[in-house]
Structures are given as structure tokens and as C-alpha cells.
Design a binder for this molecule. Structure first.
Ligand SMILES: Cc1cc2nc3c(=O)[nH]c(=O)nc-3n(C[C@H](O)[C@H](O)[C@H](O)COP(=O)(O)OP(=O)(O)OC[C@H]3O[C@@H](n4cnc5c(N)ncnc54)[C@H](O)[C@@H]3O)c2cc1C
Length: 427
């Protein structure tokens, strides 16, 4: 028998049963000073401006959302006044840029998904010009100009996002593109239209247009081009703002091009670089969508958590009922999981060349699917109240539903993501 040794170290000063509280970003590793400042500033903006404005816009008609006296415009100006310009973001080294973009877009998505997407899509032309290092386009189209990204067409949704035809059906036929840019000497001449789904489509000041190109042998959607179109150029017109079930604060609508003639200086990518340009924007857009819908999921979770502490049934706050606490735990778990993957993927994609589109797809699918599930379960915790427009949870559920289709239907993204896993040398 051995005598028990007396430990010569003082036990750590920890209560027998610790119950630490996680912060708003959950089990988040310490943020850099800049990212922490961005997170706090944007959270305040999301709480005081985006969320209340988003709730008001949700109840308006699509025309009212963009009317000159709409709160949409004031909120946009207030966002620009925060000063988080593309230029300042590009001054950060890539890993800090990734950190800042993640907290920025999570907080915007926490405030309102539709307005977060409006801001994100609005920045895409400036972001892509900076990412491609195109000085002329950066100066001609600064991020104070509201942007949009036109790629999908009435006859081409999922297939326009599969520009390299990686998952094209063997018996399929792309058919006619709805929009074609003819490359004519030093000019680009655009004819046709983009789909009603273009975010900011009826209000944008600049469109980064991805479409088929005709270099003299007829239109080719695989050898297309990415061209910056000032929306006041002669020949540009727009459709009616789209009326839809979720993200109603996000303006969407068709853009029409009737012999729009631009200098070739407005090309970001010509036919030889088109597939690279589609890959780049889709990777960035999917990765950022993941951060936005992490924020949307978090907003639903936090509302349900508060409600579960306030609402009493059977003489107790409902969170004391184990099934409610259990459900809330899974909501928190899904938010945490979305954030971890979104941050990891944005970091990978901003610090690796080439970035990984399929990693962006994993993050987008995970966050949007979680946002939908979290919003739906959060609504269940609200009981009957959740179904009424008195509470914001039904709106968040509608917003999250749209995200399963936005930026590529999740099932199509997963099919294409699977194709990236195939190793041709082994199978
Ligand atoms: C909120 C929102 C914002 C958007 N913003 C923009 C924007 O800024 N710019 C822009 O250009 N577009 C935008 N879109 C359009 C969006 O990218 C498309 O809606 C999406 O890519 C799907 O295209 P579709 O709607 O034409 O559906 P379709 O492609 O017609 O698909 C219909 C159904 O068929 C299935 N399907 C189609 N092809 C395949 C396939 N190959 N394999 C298996 N199943 C398939 C799909 O999964 C889906 O269920 C936005 C959409 C939404 C909802």
C-alpha cells in the first residue's frame, strides 16, 4: 500500500461547477483590435438602424421600399458614413481582412438579411475591381456607388452559375443566352436582359455584368465577359421591383440592355478570363453569404432565448422546461457551427491563391440551411405568437428561406461541390 501523496500545488480558483457565459459571438477566439472595433460599431448600427428599418421595409410594397422618402436610403447613407470602405479593407493584410469581413457581415446579417445582402451586392463591383487590381475600374466605380451583380437570366439560373459546365447534363443544351456582349474593336456592345433576381437591380448605379460574349463567331456563354455598366448609360433600362416572400427590404429586378455601347476599358474580364472571373466572384459571394446567414441565425436564436426567459407556462419561464432548453441548445450549436465554418472558409479563401469555391459552397450551404432551421425552431419556441407579424421571428424565417435559393440553389451547389471532390487520376 502506498500513502496518498499530498499535492503541493494550490487548486485552481475555479468553482466546483463553473457556468461561463459566452459572448455574442459564442466561443470566439480573441479578435484583433480592428475587428473588435468593427464588430462593436456595426452591431450598434445593426441594432439601432438595420433591424428596425428592415422590419419597416418588410411591410412596404417593393415600390415603397425604394421610394425617395423610404428609410432604405437613410440606412444606406448611415452605413456609408461608418467608413468601412473597400479601400480601407484592402489596406489590411489578408488574414485580418478576412477577420474584419466576417464580423462585419455577421453583424449586418444579424440586423437584417435583406439589407445585409443589399450592402454586400452593392460592394461587389468595387470589391472585384480591387481584387483584380484594376485601378481604372476602382476609380471610376468607387464603393460609394451602389452596385449590383447581374449574372442570372430569365432562361438561365443554375446553369449561369455553372459557367464551366462542370455539372451540365449530358443531354442538356444551353440554348440562347438572354444577354450578349459583342466585342467590336475597342467597344463592347450589350443587348438583352438579366433576370428579375438581380439584387439592387432597379436602383443600382453600376452593374458588374456577367454575360455571354460574341467575338465574331456567335454568342458563347462559356467564353463570356465581365463588364462594368454605368446604369445611366444610354440604352440601359430596368424592370419593376420584384415582390417576394422574404428579404423584402432587398430590392431586386430586371435590367435591360439595348445597344449599350461602352469602351473596352470597362471590361474586368474578357472571354479568355471569363471562367476565372465567375469562379472568383462566386467563391467570394458564397463565402460572405455564410457570414451573413450566421448573423441571421444568431438573431433568431437570441430572440428565442429572450422569449424563453420571459414567457411563462405552467408557472415557469418556458426555458425551465427541458425540451425548450434542449431546443435552444441545438440552435446555439448550429449558430456556433455556422460561424466556425464561415470564418475558417473566408480566411482560407482570402489567404490562398486559388481560393476554394467548394469550401465557399460548404460554408454557404451550412449557414443558410442552419439559418432556416434555427429560424423555424425559434418560431416554434414563440408558440402562436411566432406566427404573428407582431414578432419579428416569422420575418426572419421568410428571410432565411430565400437564402436556400440565393447565390445558387443549395442542392445545385452541393452537386457542383461534389464534382470538385473527384480525382480524375483515381476515378
Ligand atoms: C434573394 C435572392 C437574391 C439573388 N440575387 C441575385 C443577384 O444579385 N444577381 C443575380 O444574377 N441573380 C441573383 N439571384 C438569382 C439566383 O442566383 C437564382 O435564383 C439561383 O441561381 C437559381 O436559379 P433559378 O431561380 O433560375 O432556378 P433554376 O435554375 O430554374 O432551378 C429550379 C430548380 O431546379 C433545380 N435544378 C436546376 N438545375 C439543376 C441541376 N443542374 N441539377 C439539379 N437540380 C437542378 C434547382 O435546384 C431548383 O430546385 C438571387 C436569388 C435570390 C432568391
Amino acid at each position: 500500500m502506498h500513502a496518498t501523496a499530498t499535492p503541493n500545488v494550490e487548486p485552481a480558483a475555479m468553482p466546483a461547477s463553473p457556468k461561463p457565459k459566452l459572448g455574442p459571438l459564442g466561443a470566439q477566439p480573441a479578435l484583433s483590435e480592428t475587428a473588435a472595433m468593427v464588430q462593436q460599431t456595426v452591431h450598434r448600427f445593426a441594432e439601432e438602424v438595420l433591424r428596425p428599418v428592415g422590419i419597416r421595409l418588410d411591410k412596404l410594397t417593393p415600390d415603397e421600399v425604394i421610394a425617395p422618402d423610404s428609410p432604405f436610403w437613410k440606412a444606406r447613407k448611415q452605413y456609408l458614413d461608418l467608413g468601412f470602405t473597400i479601400e480601407s479593407i484592402f489596406e489590411l493584410e489578408p488574414s485580418e481582412r478576412a477577420e474584419v469581413l466576417c464580423v462585419l457581415f455577421e453583424e449586418l446579417g444579424w440586423g437584417d438579411a435583406g439589407l445585409a445582402i443589399s450592402i454586400g451586392a452593392g460592394l461587389l463591383p468595387a470589391f472585384m475591381a480591387a481584387a483584380f487590381g484594376n485601378r481604372f475600374l476602382m476609380e471610376r466605380f468607387p464603393d460609394t456607388m451602389l452596385g449590383c451583380w447581374g449574372i442570372t437570366e430569365p432562361d438561365h439560373g443554375s446553369d449561369s452559375l455553372d459557367a464551366n459546365r462542370m455539372i451540365f447534363h449530358p443531354q442538356g443544351n444551353y440554348g440562347r443566352p438572354n444577354c450578349v456582349a459583342t466585342l467590336d474593336g475597342d467597344a463592347v456592345v450589350i443587348n438583352g436582359q438579366k433576370s428579375a433576381w438581380v439584387s439592387n437591380g432597379t436602383i443600382a448605379e453600376v452593374c458588374i455584368l456577367y454575360c455571354a460574349a460574341d467575338s465574331g463567331n456567335g454568342p458563347d456563354s462559356r467564353r463570356g465577359c465581365a463588364v462594368y455598366v454605368p446604369m445611366d448609360a444610354p440604352g440601359v433600362s430596368r424592370g419593376k421591383p420584384l415582390d417576394k416572400m422574404g428579404q423584402r427590404a432587398l430590392n431586386q429586378g430586371e435590367i435591360y440592355f439595348d445597344n449599350v455601347r461602352l469602351s473596352k476599358d470597362y471590361l474586368l474580364a474578357g472571354p479568355d478570363d471569363y471562367l476565372t472571373a465567375v469562379y472568383a466572384i462566386h467563391t467570394f459571394a458564397n463565402s460572405i453569404m455564410a457570414t451573413v446567414f450566421t448573423g441571421t441565425a444568431r438573431s433568431a436564436y437570441e430572440l428565442a432565448l429572450d422569449y424563453a426567459h420571459e414567457r411563462k407556462q405552467g408557472g415557469l419561464p418556458i426555458i425551465r422546461h427541458q425540451s425548450v432548453a434542449h431546443r435552444l441548445f441545438h440552435l446555439a450549436r448550429k449558430v456556433e457551427c455556422s460561424r466556425a465554418l464561415a470564418q475558417r472558409v473566408v480566411h482560407y479563401n482570402l489567404t490562398n491563391d486559388p481560393p476554394a469555391l467548394h469550401a465557399g459552397m460548404m460554408a454557404k450551404i451550412t449557414s443558410t440551411q442552419h439559418a432556416f432551421e434555427v429560424a423555424s425552431d425559434a418560431l416554434q419556441i414563440f408558440g402562436g405568437n411566432g406566427l404573428t407579424r407582431e414578432y419579428p421571428i416569422e420575418k426572419i424565417l421568410r428571410d432565411a428561406r430565400a437564402s436556400l435559393i440565393e447565390d445558387g440553389c443549395n442542392e445545385v451547389l452541393a452537386i457542383k461541390g461534389g464534382a470538385y471532390l473527384v480525382d480524375e487520376e483515381r476515378a
